[in-house]
Every structure is written in C-alpha cells, then in structure tokens.
Design a protein around this ligand. Structure first.
Ligand code: NAI
Ligand code: MG
Length: 495
C-alpha cells in the first residue's frame, strides 16, 4: 500500500519511535528498551529509537537469510527493476525525508538535508539499472570443456552506517547489495535512526518482505553482534578508523570480506595560476562548512601558493562569514548544528588545541540568537592560518567546521605536504596549467582526485580511500561486482 509523505517531521519522528523494521514490519526490541533521539538544534527529545541487541540481530539475520534464497532466484533484471522502483518512490518522499534528516541530524534543510534526500533516490535508480551487468566470462581453458564464471550473491550483508550522511551512505550499500541478490540487515547510527528507518519502511512498498531489514542500537551492543553473526557473510562499514579496526578484526575471525570507508584529512592545493573565485567556492563547498564540516572527504587542509595566500584567506573569511547559522529547518539557514554533544565537545577541544599549538584562529559567522536554539550544538566555523604541519589540528580528523590553511612556495613542496598524511581519501588541485594538473593527479595519494572542482559521492564513480581512509570502493558498478558478489568458476567437461 502506498505510504503518503508526512511533511511534519516531529509527528513523523513520533510515529516511527521505538521500532526496528524486520520482515517488512515495524517491531519493538526484544528487550523492550528504547533510547532517546534528540534534535541537536534544541537539545529536545523528538522521539525514541528501539535499542537493538544480540536478540534482535539474531531475528533480523534469520529473516534475511530465509528471504535471500527467493530473492536470489529472481531474474537479475527483476531485482533491478524493483530497486529502481524504490528510488522512484523515494523521490516522491524527498521533502519528507529532507525534513526528517534535518530534524534528527541538525543538517540544514536547504543546503544539505534536502539535497541528500534527492541523491539517495537517484542512487537506487542508478543501481537498479545495473542488474544486467552481473555478468560472467567464458574462459579459453580446454577446447573440450566449457569454462565460465558467474557472479553469485554472498548471502546476508551487514551494513553499518554513520550519522553524517545517513541516507546516502545507506543507499550506496543497500542498493548494490540488493541488486546483486543479497539480503541486507542495516544497523543505523545512534543519532540518526529515524530517517533511515523511514527509508526502509517506504521501500517495503516495493520489495519482498525480509530482504531489507534495519535495526537501531548502539555500536558495541547491536553493530558488534551483527558483524559477529555467523550468517552475515559480508560487512560494509562507514565510520571512524577506530571502529573500522574493530569491525575488521571481528570480520577476520569469521574470514568474511569487509568494505571500510573511514576518515580523511583531505588536501586541496591552490596553485599560483588558479582561478581564485572558483577555488574559494571549492574550499567552502569542499570543506562542507554548511554541514559543519562533518564529512569524511572535507578539504580540511588547504594549501595555497604564497602568491595567492593572503588574498585567498581574506576572500575565504568573507565567504564563510556570510553563511548564516540557524534552525536547520529554516529555509534561510546555511549552517545547522554538530550532530551531538560529544562531537561538539570534541570539535571545541580541537579548536582550543589549535590555538594552544600556536595557529592563528579566525572564528567566523555568528551563533544563532534565537533563544529556542540556546542549547543547540552550534559551532562557529574556524579557519586556522599559520599552522605548523605537524600540529594535531593539521594531522588529525576533526570532523567539524575547522579548516587549516597553509602557505607553500613550490609545487613539489605542496605535493609533499599534501601526501604527508595518514589518510588518503580525497584530494583536489586548483590550477589552469594542464601539466600541473596531470602531475598532481598522478602524484596525489588519494582514492578520489579532482581538478578545479570538489564534488561529493556520485553514481558510478568508484568512491573509497587508501591508507587509514579504508578499504574497497563504493557507489559504482565495480563496487557492486567486487564487494557484493563472489566469482564462481565453472567447468563443464563435455568429453
Ligand atoms: P563510529 O565509527 O563509532 O560509528 C559509526 C557506526 O559504527 C555507528 O553506526 C556505530 O553505532 C557503529 N559502531 C560503533 N562501534 C561499533 C562496534 N564495536 N561494532 C560495530 N559497529 C559499531 O563513529 P562515531 O563515534 O559516530 O564518530 C566518531 C568519529 O568518527 C567522528 O568524529 C569522525 O571522525 C569519524 N566518522 C567518520 C565518518 C565517515 O564518513 N567516514 C562518519 C562518522 C564518523
Ligand atoms: Mg563511536
């Protein structure tokens, strides 16, 4: 039965409260326990999430295992059509989902949340169309034998998602996993359980029961058991390096494959011949100031040639100052809040550390004055200049609206500085010289390198990092084939 969009996010949050989605039904936790979901802009409770644990994991994985058999038996294109249809249905819920993400995550509706809701739908449409690409090969092994390969689903996939872009990051796991013939159990992030639950509920209109299930709960008590469950045959995780390691170790015990999309400290090199205005727009967008910098690909290390440095800093300050911080649901708002009090404290402590380390702090924009937002986790964007490249703020992922700007003299120096990082997720270079651009793309150590632009995850562009930024690729055909299927070799001896 079609589900009508509910545009009042507060009533939707209440309606979704205290539920997982298992076997097509909204159900409470076995333990009966819930935890509060807050609006970070006010600090007020907007609803509850079901507190899932090992018992709920066992039920959801059992259901998924059973449903996967029939799902995998369907023609690939039929699965693809259903997943694409989910995308089309989700598109009609864009406004509803945008509002709900804004309410529970504090991301501004106009600049972030509504955008995420629409990209989410597009991801399902894109992956739905790839079903026919689940092809194998024939191998010239022996003239008397027919030798071929097929792509087989792995079975039940566990998808563990974070709170910064909860719907899109869920889509790039769930869509390819389903199209490839797997069933999925998602574990949503503690801070953003409701919008993800709503997406899965809407998808039940279209999907057979049990192929997509979602649990809310905490990392160690719900995510941990999901990774450890014997019938989960693949885990796709996005989040912190520390938790990524824990997930990888647990997966190693079972010898199952994992995809890990972890943190970053992405460099942006602005050469002396760059188009300054484009580079400034790229820095504001790339640093995701409108998302309070809560992005794994945030261009948080901005390296500017000495010739442009001062002009760049001045213009960047003006641009960021012009961004309006406020109620995430207000159309006028550019910047919403940090996700929760813990992250707020972490970001604030990094700002203090940066100052103590001797960097020059430029604290920008202004906190909202509305008294209803007095307890919100708003942080003013900070640009640090005169930063020591070995300072903690220059090396560690802050996951907040804090960018470090460095001055360099030579291209070589810029490349060395850019690559001197534990991370390798993304990098950009800004130049009008073709040779510089090509050299930079070759030498920058990152999974995603762009010249004169700073786009985010796109359908069919393989996305994922090297070094501590993770393992494996997402969002592309390659991600579906390599990470959600295994290759079977078959020989038919006709002698
Ligand atoms: P986290 O990595 O702890 O959480 C991400 C997801 O993993 C959540 O769903 C969480 O419940 C789950 N999880 C936590 N412990 C687990 C365990 N033992 N087993 C299985 N699942 C587990 O990240 P958190 O605490 O929310 O944020 C901390 C930092 O992580 C941020 O400051 C940021 O640096 C980084 N981060 C990076 C993200 C990215 O996009 N790469 C997204 C979110 C956070
Ligand atoms: Mg954590």
């Amino acid at each position: 039965m079609p589900i009508d969009p509910i545009l009042d996010p507060s009533s939707l949050a209440r309606e979704l409260s205290g539920r997982h989605l298992i076997n097509g039904e909204l159900v409470a936790s076995q333990s009966g326990k819930n935890f509060d979901v807050l609006n970070p802009a006010t600090g007020k409770v907007i609803g509850q999430a079901a507190d899932g644990d090992v018992q709920d994991v066992a039920i959801a994985v059992g259901v998924a295992k059973k449903a996967q058999k029939d799902w995998a038996e369907r023609p690939a294109r039929e699965r693809g059509k259903l997943v694409a249809e989910c995308g089309r249905v989700l598109m009609s819920h864009t406004e509803e989902l945008g509002r709900l993400i804004a309410l529970e995550s504090g991301k501004a509706l106009r600049t972030e949340s509504r955008v995420e809701a629409s990209v989410l739908a597009d991801m399902f449409v894109f992956f739905g169309g790839l079903a026919s690409e689940l092809k194998g090969e024939t191998v010239p092994f022996n003239p008397n034998m027919m030798t071929l390969t097929t792509r087989e689903p792995v079975g039940v996939v566990g998808a563990i998602i974070p709170w910064n872009v909860p719907l899109l990051l869920m889509a790039i796991k769930v869509a390819p996993a389903l199209v490839a013939g797997n069933a999925v159990v998602v574990k949503s992030a503690e801070d953003t359980p409701l919008a993800a639950l709503r997406v899965c509920q809407i998808m039940q209109e279209t999907l057979p029961k049990g192929v997509l299930n979602i649990l809310s709960g905490f990392g160690p008590s719900c995510g941990g058991p999901l990774v450890e469950h014997k019938d989960v045959k693949k885990v796709s995780f996005t989040g912190s390096v520390e938790t990524g390691r824990t997930v990888y170790k647990a997966a190693a015990e079972k010898l199952i494959p994992v995809t890990l999309e972890l943190g970053g400290k992405s460099p942006m090199i602005v050469m002396h011949d760059a188009d300054l205005d484009k580079a400034i727009a790229g820095a504001v967008g790339g640093m995701r100031f409108t998302r309070q910098g809560q992005s794994c690909t945030a261009s948080s290390r901005i390296l500017v040639h000495e010739k442009l440095h001062d002009a760049f800093v001045k213009k960047l300050i003006d641009k960021v100052n012009a961004l309006k911080m406020g109620d995430p649901l207000d159309e006028e708002t550019d910047i919403g809040t940090i996700i929760n009090r813990k992250q707020f404290d972490k970001v604030r402590s990094y700002i203090d550390i940066g100052e103590k380390e001797g960097a020059t702090k430029h604290e920008l924009s202004a906190l909202p004055t509305d008294s209803a937002l007095a307890d919100g986790t708003f942080v003013r964007p900070v640009i640090f200049t005169n930063v020591d490249p070995n300072a903690r703020v220059a090396r560690e992922e802050i996951f907040g609206p804090v960018a470090c700007v460095f001055k360099f003299k030579t291209f070589e120096e810029a490349l060395e500085l850019a690559n001197d990082s534990d991370f390798g997720l993304a990098a950009t270079v800004w130049t009008t010289d073709l040779k510089t651009a090509l050299t930079a793309t070759k030498r920058l150590e990152a999974g995603f390198v762009q010249v004169n632009q700073n786009l985010v995850v796109q359908p069919n562009l393989s996305y994922g990092g090297i070094k501590l930024s993770g393992l494996g690729k997402e969002a592309s055909l390659e991600s579906m084939l390599e990470h959600f299927t295994y290759k079977k070799t078959i020989i038919l001896n006709m002698e």
